[in-house]
Design a protein around this ligand. Structure first.
Ligand SMILES: [Zn+2]
Ligand SMILES: [Zn+2]
Length: 390
């Protein structure tokens, strides 16, 4: 089969000493500290065959993630910009759906021909966070397309425990099989949004006011989910006009650009307080620009509010913290999309027509045009860029 493999050199940055576990496993905990001179190469690989608990999925759709672009396009020092774990070489791509074409002897819940989507966070199920019920914090986590073979390939082997059937979506009669695969591939970024908005806290209630900073795919999914869950005000904040327009199509009441506010002499703090009638109950950071966003979020947070940090960069931020004390508010990180009923709930919401994630797709390429798709996805005016296979 054809597969797009990310190669790089193990060259820890000056001042960064990989620990023993990293050296032994060759899995960098923070890829951007270690992997140098990345290059993406199309290779011919043997078709995979299933282990007992695996299915082989013929990939139908694989979305291009900002993290994929961050892996392929190095920073000025030549290092990958992705800050999650990675073991190279690896087949890139983690936002996928497809059709089961073979299964191992121990697989009982899936059949050949089934349309499936799979979690990309490969939790172990045995470590303490997993057994506590928080698989996204698994200490033995592997990530599809970064430390485990990904889906910019014709086939991918997946353990049955990570798969979710798309049959409920097909049974709704609402979408074609091809559309179901496209929607399935969007569940990974949408799952990250769902996890941040709803999992692990009690702050999201119908009627809340939600600010979404950064409306790339995860921010766009946040907008759609907040609206579907009964937010009374959803404000999208992004410097890119095209993305603001997409956010409005996905349910944002208002979109605005901080740069434009400042240029027109308006104070961002005042504008956001006015729009939210006193402050936001939930702010979501999906921009990866904490140095520019977090302080503003803190100043426009309502009492008992929550800042959800989804951005995946090394940015730091100065906080007053007083607001958090006085308002009994909180700042919380969130990672991943596994467990907590996230995938099946998203599938049901999509099947019921409560959310339509397909609105965010702005361009679709045919495999093997992966290089072109990555190039397109690097343009910040895009929503989600997809790669499909017949
Ligand atoms: Zn992703
Ligand atoms: Zn675990």
């Amino acid at each position: 089969m054809k597969a797009f493999v990310l190669h790089g050199n193990w060259l820890p940055r000056p001042g960064y000493a990989p620990d023993e576990r990293e050296r032994v496993t060759r899995k960098a905990a923070i890829a951007s500290q270690v992997w140098h001179a990345p290059r993406l190469i199309m290779e011919g690989h043997t078709d995979p065959s299933p282990k007992a608990d695996e299915v082989i999925v013929r990939v139908k759709t694989c979305g291009v993630c900002g993290s994929d672009v961050h892996c392929v396009r190095p920073d000025s020092a030549g290092y990958v910009r992705f800050s999650g774990p990675a073991r190279l070489p690896v087949i890139l791509g983690h936002e996928f759906s497809g059709e089961v074409v073979a299964k191992g002897d121990a697989v009982t819940t899936l059949n050949v021909g089934d349309a499936v989507v799979a979690e990309g966070m490969l939790w172990c199920g045995l470590c303490e966070p997993c057994r506590r019920g928080t698989p996204n914090q698994c200490v033995n986590l592997e990530m599809v397309g970064f430390s485990s073979p990904g889906a910019f390939a014709e086939f991918i082997p997946v353990r049955d425990r990570y798969c979710w059937s798309l049959e409920p979506l097909l049974a709704s009669g609402r979408v074609s099989r091809e559309e179901a695969f496209a929607l399935g591939a969007l569940l990974e970024p949408a799952g990250c949004a769902y996890n941040g908005l709803f999992v692990g806290h009690q702050r999201f209630r119908p009627g809340v006011r939600v600010g979404v900073f950064g409306v790339g795919p995860i921010g766009l999914a946040t907008v759609a989910l907040a609206r579907a869950a009964g937010a009374s005000k959803v404000v999208a904040i992004d410097p890119v006009i095209e993305r603001g327009a997409l956010a409005r199509r996905m349910g944002a009441h208002v979109s605005l650009s901080l740069d434009e506010l400042i240029r027109s002499g308006e104070s961002p703090v005042e504008a956001l307080r006015d729009l939210s009638n006193g402050g936001f109950d939930i702010h979501v950071e999906a921009a990866g620009a904490a140095d520019e966003t977090i302080a503003l979020m803190e100043r426009t947070l309502a009492p008992n509010g929550r800042i959800v940090y989804l951005g995946r960069t090394g940015a730091t931020s100065a906080l007053q913290l007083d607001t958090l004390v006085s308002g009994a508010s909180e700042l919380a990180g969130s990672r991943g999309h596994a467990g907590h009923g996230i995938y099946p709930n998203l599938i049901r919401m999509t099947a019921a027509g409560v959310i339509d994630l397909s609105v965010m797709v702005t361009q679709t390429f045919r495999f093997p045009e992966v290089e072109q798709a990555l190039e397109a996805a690097g343009d910040r005016r895009q929503g989600k860029v997809m790669v499909t296979q017949p």
